[in-house]
Design a protein around this ligand. Structure first.
Ligand SMILES: [Zn+2]
Length: 261
């Protein structure tokens, strides 16, 4: 059976970060993904170190979500370089925070065949890994499974990146539902044989083209996912990305505890 650390997407502004971590801890949450979706808003290294120390003391696993303004398959060289810089800046700040994973949306097909897009995205990841190694940052790049069919990031595309670059990964189970119209648990299991999983989950509204928006998680959806996670044996960080990220993470944790008894 899997072991799961639950946590919200979002730490809040710097001035509330410590009290929010304490609140998460009181609620029994053991993870938190800091949203640098509009850029790393923790600018000051001292602030980052304070947050890191409190998270460590409370046993809260930190990860980072990188900027949304990223396309590792951009045809525009400037945009491509900016994308790498944005992700790397999140790695630098993430390393101050002792976060071990930087989740990012790898890019778009940009009119290319998926295989061609994949080659270019791999190049970008390998290049960023060189910088991470050179800077001695202890952090892993985690491209995410994406929910829209016109966006790079199917289950197999992400698994290929992992195989060919040794990067980490983020399995967004709600995105899988939106992209494929079903959870595809067997494919997920096959594609990611690794023991450690970084998972996102939320309720989701979707149509033919995939994801429309994230929703509060219906209880039945938690149960479907937990049935799967109970049957496998993984070490999971599960970030709840619903609009009620904290309370939903707590609900998920309680259902899981009942379920895994
Ligand atoms: Zn994401």
């Amino acid at each position: 059976m899997s072991v799961i650390k639950f946590g919200p997407a979002g730490l809040g502004p710097v001035e509330d970060a410590i009290s929010n971590l304490e609140e998460y801890s009181r609620l029994g949450l053991k993870a938190c993904e800091i949203s640098f979706t509009y850029g790393p808003y923790i600018k000051n290294k001292e602030d980052a170190l304070k947050i890191k120390r409190v998270a460590e003391k409370l046993g809260i696993y930190l990860s980072v979500h990188a900027s949304y303004f990223v396309n590792l398959n951009s045809k525009d060289d400037k945009k491509l370089e900016d994308s790498k810089k944005r992700i790397l800046k999140c790695c630098e700040v993430g390393n101050w925070l002792s976060a071990k994973r930087v989740v990012f949306h790898p890019g778009f097909y940009s009119g290319m065949e998926p295989a061609e897009a994949s080659v270019k995205i791999k190049e970008g990841i390998l290049e960023m890994q060189e910088v991470i190694k050179k800077e001695k940052w202890d952090i892993e790049l985690c491209p995410e499974v994406m929910g829209k069919v016109n966006v790079f990031g199917s289950i197999d595309e992400i698994a290929d990146l992992v195989r060919d670059t040794g990067c980490g990964f983020c399995i967004d189970i709600a995105h899988v539902l939106a992209r494929y119209g079903r959870y595809e648990f067997e494919d997920i299991k096959k594609a990611f044989p690794q023991k450690k999983w970084h998972v996102h989950f939320s309720g989701i509204e979707y149509g033919e083209k995939g994801e429309k928006k994230h929703l509060v998680v219906p209880i039945e959806e938690w149960k479907k996912v937990f049935k799967f996670l109970k049957e496998i044996d993984k070490d999971i960080v599960l970030i709840c990305e619903s609009p009620e990220t904290v309370s939903d993470a707590v609900v998920g944790k309680r259902i899981w505890e009942d379920y895994s008894d």
